[in-house]
Design a protein around this ligand. Structure first.
Ligand SMILES: [Zn+2]
Length: 357
């Protein structure tokens, strides 16, 4: 019997920002801001460390290697076997100025400012908004450095019927414009977990402006963010985008090829689609069954956790939510339809009970 899901501690609120920070000075304003960022960052780090690393394996396997490595981003010592999952809690550096991550990276002052120096945020998740506290701190921080803070949102759902193709040009243009204006500009592309929607847009950017073919861009992103995994329907739309950009008849990758041989949990029809031609406007096939309604009997501990034990899940298709558009990847609604359970990695579960007010 695997351990029950841990209920996450209440998220610490960001410190209320100080009203005025003088612009252009490198003195008191910035140092006050940095100490504020430091304090909030410390809380966030502690909270994420609890989620990810506070799993004592010694009771399961006393001989388990306890070798630790230092995280290059937060300088925290983490167990070597947890290093990969630790790194996915940070945003991932896709290019030296282009970062891919999740909501938690948008809501960690320290990550957003001193660690990655983000000046531009491209949020692709319809259910995520940049909270005012974080916007103010990031704006103040960048103002002190003589840089802007720009936020742009595209409301994509992580659903099989989400058409991202019509918006891809505008989305990648935002990234390109940000970078074209100044080499000091750093861009964070995020969705909820930095897995599907945001990864798709970063891949599209690499195709259009780094001239990578889809296969290369897909591999590039997945090598740098191991959890990145655009859903099959998005890969097919990226394939159409590739054909448009490079004038190809056939893409270098399709959803069917990307997902070939994968075990899709709870997916009735995992047969790979035949390779699709790049017909513009071709219907993207929906092979994902409709998500069950909230309250559906999803036995998290015994069902999903057993399937997850010992290996990272490769599919998001098992989630259950009354409104799939509101369902981040790897999420299930529990049996009474109230708590949302997010599988962070093979061993960590984050249970959130939404505010009922
Ligand atoms: Zn770290």
């Amino acid at each position: 019997m695997p351990p029950p899901p841990k209920a996450s501690a209440p998220k610490p609120k960001a410190q209320p920002p100080k009203p005025a920070v003088s612009t252009g000075s490198s003195g008191a304003g910035m140092s006050a801001l940095l100490s504020k960022v430091e304090a909030v960052g410390k809380k966030k780090d502690l909270e994420e460390a609890k989620e990810i690393e506070d799993i004592d394996l010694s009771q399961i396997d006393p001989s388990a290697a306890r070798e630790k490595v230092t995280c290059p981003r937060c300088e925290k010592e983490v167990l070597k076997e947890h290093f990969e999952s630790h790194m996915t809690a940070h945003s991932s550096e896709i290019l030296p100025w282009l970062f891919l991550g999740g909501k938690r990276n948008l809501e960690n002052d320290k990550e957003l400012t001193v660690r990655t120096n983000i000046t531009h945020v491209l949020n692709l998740a319809q259910e995520v908004n940049l909270k005012e506290d974080f916007r103010i701190i990031a704006t103040e921080y960048n103002l002190e450095r003589g840089l802007p803070f720009v936020y742009k949102k595209f409301s994509f759902g992580d659903t099989p019927d989400q058409h991202i193709l019509p918006e891809l040009d505008s989305a990648v243009q935002f990234i390109h414009d940000a970078r074209s204006l100044s080499q000091q500009h750093h861009v964070l592309v995020n969705c909820v977990q930095g897995i599907s929607r945001s990864a798709s847009v970063v891949i599209a950017y690499l195709m259009k402006y780094e001239h990578m073919h889809l296969r290369e861009a897909y591999d590039h992103v997945r090598e740098r963010r191991t959890v990145a995994d655009p859903r099959k329907e998005f890969v097919d739309q990226l394939a159409q985008f590739e054909c448009q950009i490079f004038g190809l008849d056939k893409p270098s990758l399709t959803g069917a090829i990307a997902f070939e041989g994968r075990t899709l949990l709870n997916l009735d029809d995992p047969l790979p689609q035949s390779e699709r031609d790049c017909e513009e406007g071709a219907e993207v096939q929906n092979t994902v069954p409709a998500a069950p309604k909230a309250g559906t009997d999803v036995v998290i501990e015994e069902d999903i956790l057993n399937k997850l034990s010992g290996h990272a899940i490769e599919s998001r298709e098992w989630y259950a939510d009354a409104n799939p558009a509101n369902s981040p990847t790897k999420t299930a609604v529990d049996v009474d339809g109230k708590a949302t359970t997010t599988i962070l990695d093979s061993q960590t579960v984050d249970v959130t009970v939404p505010d009922q007010s």
